[in-house]
Structure formats: C-alpha cells, structure tokens
Design a protein around this ligand. Structure first.
Ligand code: AVJ
Ligand code: FE
Length: 433
C-alpha cells in the first residue's frame, strides 16, 4: 500500500478504536435512550457501519449489499432520534460483529482502489474521508449522549496546558476581501465549497471564547430575566425551558457547580463556557454590548493570512494540529483554560478558534454561492434555510480529521447538549475603520 492508503487505514483504525471505547459498556447502557434528543449508543454504532457499507462497499466498491434489510433502521431521515429505541435495532454484540464484517471488506476495497480514478467518490480516497469524518462526528454525538447519561467513570479525562491571562480582549480585523470556503482541501464537504471572495467591513472579534467567569457575571447581573437582551424567540425559549444557566450547571452554597460525565465539580471559571444554546449566546452578546460574529467574520479571523493573501488550513498555518496548538481529539474531557494555546493563534492573533467548543455564529446554514450537492443531498442541502444556525471551529471532542478553518457544523438554535460555546464580535466605528 502507498502512503495515502496507509494514512487512510490508520485513520480508519483510529476512529473505530474510538467508537469501540465509547461503547465499551454494559448492554443496558448502550440500549437505553438517555435523552429524547439522542439515539441509543448502539444505534450510532451500527449506523456508522451501515454508512460504511452504503458508501464504501456498495457505491465505491460495487459490492452486493451485505444486510440490505437493516438499511431502513439506520436511515437517519426515516426515523427521528426520539423514535429510534422502538426500532428493531441490532443488539450490542450483533452490532459489533456487523461493523467489523463491513470493515474487513472496506480494507479490501481500499487495497484495490485506484486513487487516480476520475470518479470523484474514489479519487484521492474521498469516500474514505467521508466515512472517517462521519464516524468521528457520531463519536462526538456519543460523547454528548454519555454526558447526558450522567454515568460516572465511562469517559476518559486527561491533562491540558494551563491558561494565561494575556493582553487585549479583542482583535481588530481591518476591512477587505478574503477567500471563504475551499476548492482544494481534499476531504472538505460539499457545504464548504466552492472558494469565493467575500468583502467585509472592519470589525472586532474576541480574542478568546467567552469564559465561564464572564458568563457567570451575565447570569448574576440578572441576564436571563432581562428582556432587553433576548430576541422574541429567545424569550419564548427561556419561558418554555426555564433555563437559568448553561445546561449541567447548578447553584449550591453560593457557588456554581456542574456535572461533567457523571461527576460534580465547581465550574472552572477560566474555561470557555459550553452547553449554551444559540439564544443564550445571542443574549449574552447583547448584554456585553456586542453581537455574535457572522460566519464570514469568524472564518476570516480564523483562517485568512492577510500578508500571504491566502487562506490557511488551520489558524496557525497548514501544519497538523499537535498537542501544543489546540485542544482536539478528546485529549481531556473538557475545554482548556483561556490562553492555553498561544501557538495556535491565527494570523490576526485570535486564539482557541479550533478545539475547546463549537462556536455559535449569527449565520443561518446556507449554501456558499455556486454550491453543488455531493455526494448526496441529505448531507447538507436538505438542511439549508433558516432553521439551523452555523457553529464553527470544533470542540475538544472533535477529531483533527473533522477540523479545518472552512468546516461548517449546524444545529437548531435551542440545542445545548452539544459542546457549544461562542465568542463575540462588533462592527468597527467609522473612525476605527
Ligand atoms: C454535521 C454534525 C450536524 O450529526 O447530524 C452525521 C453530521 N451527518 N451523520 C449530524 C452527520 C450524517 C451532522 N452534523
Ligand atoms: Fe450519520
């Protein structure tokens, strides 16, 4: 096998190891639905195998279906998450056997495939990138499910670099054009394409994600009850949810506590806030006299190199993320403190844009101009419109394979079981611009 194929094989092995770790638990825990928002863990496990069967074996490899009778059960569009427990899903043992049977044949297809094949699914091994990224995204979803399960001891934790109190709180981004999206990143999804010029007026963006200390100040200032800060829909969400703080926070003995993977701990005030929905992020920004960045503002501050006049793959350049640049890949089960990654700063000096938390932006999920659906409409196209808001960056639970300056995530504005936070921005005044 050549280098590209070896790299793909290593990434396939790594992501499967990850999925098996998250499902190394009692059958009951895997079959149970911990929240109506989530699938039973064993559904995710067999779904990633079924996706691999559909895309690598059937579409790219031309192999006869192994288990066509289960396609329906694992079709995310046929059955919303809340209905998945009532499906005749494979049990944990059967699911593990099925996905490992699929995987064996996937490696045969990898061995045989011509990476120069003009077919866009096979070319450069795109289809393997598709399934590797898909499985990592489901692994992150499984972590969110495990967090909701409140079971202690299932999720690995680890060490992270210390934070640092550093310099100015905001960074100035001068007016001017930049290139948004990509034509060249090999595993980029259809929704990141094509590359196109965007002209932005000057703005300020927070150097760090909003931290727990600042967010607690918003709560303690009565922010949740003050209608001035909330949109009409946000006020409705507040009334219905009766939210008073980020998900998993409680107030005890005059201090903030949170449950993290089944354990109670004081809220670390120097970490980025996570488990907030779009409405909370939007309200905080108004309270702070700012607003959420648009997706274009976020991407320019993250990836544009104004001197070289080109977009970078990561904030710091094109080199792979290492442990000194970003908190990715579930190194620890939490975001790192603010200021922990000076070496991960963008060309403009904005920090921790990748890793830590998915960052809500002001933008709805819409196609880039010139968008073409590939390889299927249900990956991105069916979600375009006003219902979803875009999140950028990638959380501590996102794998480097699913992280780049152009990557777009999206969710409903009410969602907060995901590892979501935000940073703020504001338009520059005419004198500043
Ligand atoms: C891009 C994270 C919104 O989890 O719904 C998984 C990714 N697409 N299976 C999701 C996805 C198909 C998707 N998000
Ligand atoms: Fe999926």
């Amino acid at each position: 096998m050549n280098d590209v194929k070896e790299r793909i094989a290593a990434q396939l092995a790594a992501v499967r190891g990850r999925s098996l770790t998250y499902t190394d638990a009692e059958d009951d825990l895997l079959l149970r639905q911990h929240s109506a928002l989530m699938s039973p863990l064993v559904w995710d496990l067999a779904h990633v195998g079924n996706y691999e069967e559909l895309w690598v074996l059937r579409e790219a490899g031309g192999i006869t279906p192994l288990r066509p009778e289960i396609d329906d059960i694992y079709d995310a569009f046929k059955h919303p998450r809340k209905d998945r427990p009532s499906l005749p899903i494979l049990g944990p043992g059967e699911a593990r056997r099925y996905i490992s049977g699929v995987r064996g044949r996937v490696l045969d297809v990898l061995d045989a495939i011509d990476l120069e094949d003009p077919d866009p699914l096979r070319r450069g091994g795109f289809v393997f990138g598709l399934v590797i990224q898909h499985e990592h995204q489901h692994d992150e979803t499984m972590l969110a499910t495990l967090q909701l399960s409140r079971q202690p001891g299932l999720v690995r934790d680890g060490e992270l670099p210390p934070g640092r109190a550093a310099g100015p709180a905001e960074v100035f981004v001068p007016a001017g054009p930049f290139t948004m999206g990509t034509d060249t990143l090999p595993w980029a999804y259809d929704n990141e394409r094509p590359a196109h010029r965007v002209e932005l007026p000057a703005y300020w963006i927070d150097r760090f994600p909003v931290g727990n200390a600042a967010y607690a100040a918003f709560i303690e200032d009565g922010g949740y009850d003050d209608p001035r800060w909330w949109s009409a829909e946000g006020r409705r969400w507040r009334q219905e949810s009766r939210a008073f703080a980020p998900l998993f926070w409680t107030r005890e003995g005059g201090a903030w506590w949170r449950t993290r993977f089944g354990r109670m701990e004081p809220v670390p005030m120097d970490e980025p806030v996570q488990h907030v929905c779009w409405y909370e992020a939007d309200a905080y920004a108004r309270w702070a006299g700012k607003r959420l960045p648009t997706e274009a503002e976020w991407e320019k501050a993250c990836g544009w190199d104004p001197e070289a006049e080109r977009a970078r793959r990561y904030p710091w350049g094109d080199d792979d993320p290492g442990p000194g640049r970003a908190n990715l890949g579930h190194r620890a089960a939490r975001p790192a403190p603010l200021g922990a990654y000076p070496a991960g700063a963008s060309a403009y000096g904005v920090e921790q844009m990748i890793g830590e938390v998915w960052e809500w932006t002001d933008s709805c999920f819409l196609p880039h101009p010139g968008f073409r659906s590939f390889p299927y409409r249900e990956y991105s196209e069916v979600f375009f419109g006003g219902d979803y808001r875009v999140l950028r960056g990638g959380s501590w639970a996102a794998d480097p394979a699913v992280v780049r300056t152009t990557f777009r995530n999206w969710d409903y504005p009410i969602r907060r079981q995901i590892f979501s936070g935000f940073r703020c921005a504001r338009s520059a005044s005419p004198e500043q611009a």
